[in-house]
Design a protein around this ligand. Structure first.
Ligand code: BGC
Length: 766
């Protein structure tokens, strides 16, 4: 057997091991040529390869080798299609392999806590199951090519403001159920080679030096065996980071990190065993990277562009499609476009598409399709263009007015107007957050004027994160395309013209106003702290719990066909763990083939803990020919029904009845059934602090105390008030049992209570 880099660990000195724990330059790990340990390259990610040829930076400022720009996560996640995400991952892995890149820095799966986060375009969803499923699929695809993924940014990095210092202050239940759950799924389902820790602090402790996060949660509880790499520049004190569970500081080449490690070991501040462990993990990573056979280029640019177009087409969300009178006076949905009609293509975005975001994920695309070119190619002279507005806010008002008037005249003269609106690079990017969610006044004014001139208007939106849609009720048809990557222009034309039947779904709610959003008032925090005051109520969990009207709900997306749902049936596979099989017949009731994204939401009314009315627990695609019916089978994992119990410090599936609702969006639920679960009756050790209610619920102590509580003087705790035992028990239920000893005569003195507690705890610990 040939010796691998990992086999050489025992030959290394402490200094050599320490040298492996920081990079040698911007993108490469350190080689130890004397020991035949090569350097490997890690580079961005996430939706295309950004391998810089010359000057390196981590903000996407300098050029990189041409690569396919696939839809950024905001687009791709709207496909709700892990199989597609996996194919995109395969392509990303292949492009990395051709460029001899060992690890591509993605996917990014941080939760979209607020629509203001400048990096939402790079993130998947407001929901952890969607984030985890799409993230795991991308990782599987990338790693199938012998290239590592780096799931990032671990963790609770949900804003750009003050991202290097801010402390995300959140309670543990919120962390576990919302902000860590997606990462947990990616780690357990897809075993990423690396995890990238974030810049921010979590409850005061920097992620890069957070033993609880990097060692207890990630490694000990989730079983992660790979490398933890820092976000670029996140490490302040490498010795402290290594002690916490970090293995690789990036970039490197500046300060003497290896020397600092050796000094920390010599000074007793860092265990040599920790250095050994981190070096072993680094050598495992190098060994895996070296095991990949060389892949020869050139890249099949056309094939990957075609995949980018397919992915983009599947990610577009048809928000609405009202019927309007066509040229013959017949009422029909405005989309797909009637190709016999003349079309006014309006908006600079049609000609100069915004297809990716700014910062470290900025790809140098192999080519770029514009919707204008694609529509002109399909419709010839049937499509006429006017830019309508200028991107540059410095363009004088008179010029903006001229552009608007020209576009309005065009709209009035054509049968249909298709208006392309969106956010520019200046408005959203890595590095800063937005302060509002509005489209520019120039665009909104233009749209109002076009609508006045021609009510048969379609809006096509390009934006990396949610924008307010004050025109939602007035425009018959709206496509939310997010950012779609380099083939997005063609994909938009495919959907407008009906060559692709839209099937994307909202992976984030579109609220009516910024003021309605969950983190409003708690974003982006102040004085280096951001309070996650909304707790678990993120995204639709918030809007549903508070019964807030939204513009378009989570999971929403229309089709050119229609689907009917039959009755759902729920099979309890394991009543203790909570695993369910959900089966529902779905019929394509329209005239064209299409894909329905079937969504399963689960709620637990009257729970012992606060819960959202419903949470997404599974989703699946059903590709159905016109008229076809298929049974769609979905698996709900019991672990996803569990809540984080802060007393037991672990996930618990609460016993009782769960409501399983199935439908086309979080607010379009078509069929429901219940599932009764045995779950887990949590019996916690009793103490003097335990309340009477808790003691009564205890299987051993409860019956004993009930007997003791009968009788006693009125007015005294524990005594019956004569108006029924129920009232008395409600009065008493939050009274600590230990305090009953302060009321003599109840037969429950301190000794008796201690005996009861010992008896109860002894019986339940066996
Ligand atoms: C970003 C990471 C990126 C890294 C390297 C950082 O600023 O947060 O997402 O992978 O730079 O470019």
């Amino acid at each position: 057997m040939t010796e691998t880099p990992r086999d050489r660990l025992s030959q290394l000195t402490l200094e050599q091991e320490a040298a492996l724990l920081s990079g040698t330059d911007f993108w490469s790990t350190r080689a130890l040529p004397g020991h035949n340990i090569p350097s490997i390259m890690l580079t961005d990610g996430p939706h295309g390869l950004r391998k810089q040829s010359a000057a390196s930076d981590h903000l996407g400022l300098n050029d990189s080798v041409p690569a396919t720009c696939f839809p950024p996560a905001a687009g791709l996640s709207s496909s709700f299609d892990p199989e597609l995400a996996e194919r995109v991952g395969v392509a990303l892995g292949l492009e990395s392999a051709i460029e001899d890149v060992a690890v591509i820095l993605g996917p990014g799966i941080n939760i979209k806590r607020s629509p203001l986060c400048g990096r939402n375009f790079e993130y998947v969803s407001e929901d952890p199951i969607v984030a985890g499923e799409i993230g795991a699929a991308l990782v599987r695809g990338i790693q199938s090519q012998g290239v590592g993924a780096s799931v990032k940014h671990f963790a609770v990095n949900n804003q750009e403001s003050d991202r290097h210092r801010v402390s995300a202050d959140a309670d543990e239940r919120t962390l576990r159920e919302i902000y860590l759950r997606g990462f947990q799924r990616v780690v357990t389902d897809a075993s990423p080679w690396t995890v990238m820790c974030s810049y921010n602090r979590i409850n005061g402790v920097p992620a890069a030096a957070n033993h609880w996060l990097l060692t207890e949660v990630l490694r000990e509880q989730w079983g992660f065996g790979g490398v933890v790499v820092s976000d670029w520049g996140a490490v302040d004190d490498l010795a402290a980071s290594v002690a916490a569970g970090l293995d690789l500081e990036m970039p490197g080449g500046g300060r003497d990190s290896a020397g600092a490690i050796a000094a920390a070991v010599a000074g007793g501040g860092l265990a040599a065993a920790d250095v050994d462990t981190a070096a072993a993990r680094m050598l495992d990573l190098v060994t895996k990277a070296e095991a990949r056979p060389a892949v020869e280029g050139p890249l099949d640019v056309d094939a990957h562009h075609a995949l980018a177009r397919e992915a983009a087409g599947r990610s577009i969300v048809l928000l609405q499609n009202e019927s309007v009178a066509d040229s013959d006076g017949l009422q029909r949905p405005l989309l797909p476009l009637d190709t016999a009609s003349s079309i006014a293509v309006i908006g600079e975005f049609a000609r100069s598409p915004r297809f990716q975001g700014g910062g470290s994920s900025h790809i140098n695309p192999t080519r770029v399709d514009s919707a204008l070119d694609a529509l002109t190619e399909a419709l010839g002279g049937g499509a006429q263009f006017a830019p309508g507005f200028a991107f540059d806010a410095a363009v004088p008002a008179e010029e903006q007015a001229r552009l608007r008037d020209e576009a309005v005249a065009l709209a009035a003269a054509q049968d249909i107007a298709v208006v392309f609106l969106g956010l520019t690079d200046d408005e959203e990017s890595e590095g800063f957050d937005r302060t509002h969610i509005d489209l520019s006044p120039a665009q909104l004014t233009l749209l109002d004027a076009v609508l006045e001139a021609n009510p048969r208007t379609v809006v096509v939106l390009s934006n990396g994160a949610v924008v307010r849609l004050p025109f939602a009720g007035r425009v018959p048809a709206i496509l939310e395309t997010w950012l779609l990557g380099q083939a997005g222009g063609s994909a938009v034309a495919d959907v407008l013209l009906g060559r692709v039947n839209p099937s994307g779904r909202l992976a984030e709610t579109i609220p009516q106003r910024l003021e309605d959003t969950p983190a409003f008032g708690n974003f982006p925090g102040e004085h280096q702290h951001v309070n996650y005051g909304e707790g678990i109520f993120v995204g639709y969990r918030w809007y549903d719990a508070r019964q807030i009207e939204v513009a378009y709900p989570f999971g929403h997306g229309l089709s050119y066909t229609s689907f009917a749902y039959g009755d759902v049936s729920v099979q309890v596979v394991d009543s203790v763990s909570g695993d369910l099989i959900v089966t529902v017949p779905v019929t394509n009731t329209g005239a064209s083939d299409g894909r329905e994204v079937v969504q399963v939401y689960v709620g637990r009314a009257d729970s012992a803990v606060q819960r959202a009315p419903r949470e997404l627990k599974a989703f699946a695609s059903a590709q159905l020919a016109a008229g076809e019916t298929r049974e769609v089978v979905l698996h709900v994992r019991g672990e996803d029904l569990a809540y984080w119990d802060t007393r037991a410090d672990r996930f618990v599936v609460e016993p009782g009845e769960y409501l399983v609702e199935v439908g086309a969006s979080s607010r379009d639920l078509r069929t429901r059934a219940t599932a009764e679960l045995v779950g887990e009756h949590l019996t916690l050790p009793l103490t003097f602090e335990s309340t009477v209610g808790e003691v009564l619920a205890h299987p051993v102590a409860g019956p004993i105390v009930l007997a003791q509580l009968a009788g006693g003087e009125p007015g005294e705790p524990g005594a019956s008030e004569g108006d029924g035992d129920d009232t008395m028990l409600r009065l008493m239920s939050s009274f600590p049992i230990g305090k009953l000893a302060n009321f003599p005569g109840r037969g429950l003195d301190a000794e008796a209570i201690a005996g009861l507690i010992a008896l109860a705890n002894g019986a339940t610990s066996e």
